[in-house]
Ligand binder design. Structure first.
Ligand code: PMP
Length: 424
């Protein structure tokens, strides 16, 4: 089934670490050969052996319209024909920024960058400059990209491999990154009441996605935004995964909580390398050349990437989100039925079109709970899905994503595969 992928993996391992350009792709958490991909269209992805899968990785979030959506591809082709990169301002990036400010009203000024990592790293620099303080606070199991300061008790691939603190990050850097358990409002309040004057920023995934899908408990996000306000720190929502995914205005709109700064990526780039950070005008006015915070990029606001982003967000309307909600609810209910029928210990957590099946009794509210999952059981289930034509994220601590290209029949097929794989 994976002969050609195995061939490419052997070649790849000679030239790329573990044969991949991002760790989770190597399938170390689930074993077996990672399918090497040939193409994708709509909700389906095809590997080099010709295996055809229903895709729930969705490029780790961006593919909200499904793969190779006609209008996005046309926009990219048209933009490319006008030139790939200028290193100069373009009208399209202005429109792009306007569209995002409409959806995220706290983005009075924003900057385009090329990855979520750059977005969070730059937002923290702005927060430190604005407050003249060093400490940043993040939550255990949250992943905000691979900037040094953020690889402390990180989720996603870092947690999957049991190395939450990366080698190569100096102690001096790690010392100014403090961590708290996710979803503990009281812990946020306690920390700020004792040390608020040292804290530059609290950065949070407003719906955690990198320890699997963990929604915020009532009051948690408010405790961060209000706590920061009362001690002069900057609240940062990392909506790289959730922005334009769970609502047009992201988790901020969904939960009605507005932070000082927001980071976006994935969906807003429509599958191209494009991300954003921004916030209130007085904070972002510190960014060069207006202010003394230096941040720049040769390919920032790249016209081809911006074209993909604009074409994608143009299609994100109420109908699309209600369709994703319906499909998400259908998938969740079907998986829960299968779990019950097979008498397996597992729990499904979902916000809109983000979903995780945790092999633990749940509810999963923080990293300690996510970490109790039976990962061997997950790996077996994952292999069962793959052999039945379902391409699911290859790690227990990730979220699966539904796209608008999935149909109700696709979801029924997936539920049947989930049920069968639970019996393996
Ligand atoms: N923040 C969050 C919440 C993410 O999920 C990710 C990527 N999974 C990042 C930041 C980093 O984004 P990128 O991979 O584009 O650097």
């Amino acid at each position: 089934m994976f002969d050609r992928s195995a061939h490419w993996l052997r070649l790849a391992e000679n030239v790329l670490p573990a044969g991949v350009n991002s760790p989770v792709r190597a399938y170390r958490a689930v074993g077996g050969t990672p399918p090497f991909i040939a193409s994708a269209a709509g909700a389906r992805i095809v590997d080099v052996d010709g295996n055809d899968y229903l895709d729930y990785v969705s490029s780790w979030g961006p593919a909200i319209l499904g793969h190779a959506h006609q209008e996005v591809v046309r926009a990219v082709a048209d933009a490319a024909a006008q030139g790939l990169s200028f290193g100069a301002p373009t009208p399209q990036e202005v429109t792009f920024a306007q569209r995002l400010s409409e959806r995220f009203p706290n983005l009075e000024l924003l900057r385009c960058v090329s990855s979520g990592t750059e977005a969070t790293m730059s937002a923290l620099r702005v927060a430190r400059a604005a407050t003249n303080r060093d400490v940043i606070v993040k939550f255990e199991g949250a992943y905000h990209g691979h900037a040094d300061a953020l690889l402390v008790k990180a989720g996603s691939g870092a947690a999957t491999f049991g190395t939450p603190d990366s080698a190569g990050v100096t102690e001096a850097v790690a010392r100014t990154t403090w961590t708290l358990p996710y979803n503990r409002s009281q812990a946020v309040r306690d920390l700020l009441s004792g040390h608020g004057s040292e804290v530059a920023a609290i950065i949070v995934e407003p719906i955690a996605g990198n320890m699997g899908c963990v929604p915020p408990q009532p009051g948690f996000l408010d405790s961060i935004v209000e706590g920061c306000r009362s001690c002069g720190a900057v609240s940062i929502f990392d909506e790289v995964m959730t922005g334009c995914r769970v609502a047009a205005g992201g988790a901020s709109e969904r939960f009605g909580v507005v932070p000082d700064m927001t980071c976006l990526g994935k969906v807003v780039g429509g599958g191209m390398p494009l991300a954003v950070y921004g916030g209130r005008r007085e904070l972002m006015s510190q960014v060069a050349p207006l202010g003394r915070v230096y941040q720049a990029g040769t390919l920032s606001g790249n016209p081809v990437a911006v074209a993909a982003g604009l074409a994608t967000i143009a299609r994100l309307d109420d109908d699309l989100y209600s369709r994703l909600e319906t499909l998400g609810a259908q998938l969740q209910a079907g998986i829960e039925r299968a779990i019950k029928r097979r008498e397996v210990t597992a729990t499904v957590q979902r916000v809109g079109s983000m979903l995780t099946v945790f092999f633990t009794s749940g509810p999963v509210v923080d990293f300690a709970a996510a970490d109790r999952c039976d990962r061997d059981r997950f790996a077996r289930w994952h292999r069962g899905l793959l052999t039945r034509g379902v391409y699911w994220p290859p790690s227990q601590l990730e979220a699966a994503f539904i796209s608008a290209a999935h149909t109700s029949e696709d979801v029924e097929r997936t539920i049947a595969a989930v049920d069968a794989a639970l019996g393996d």
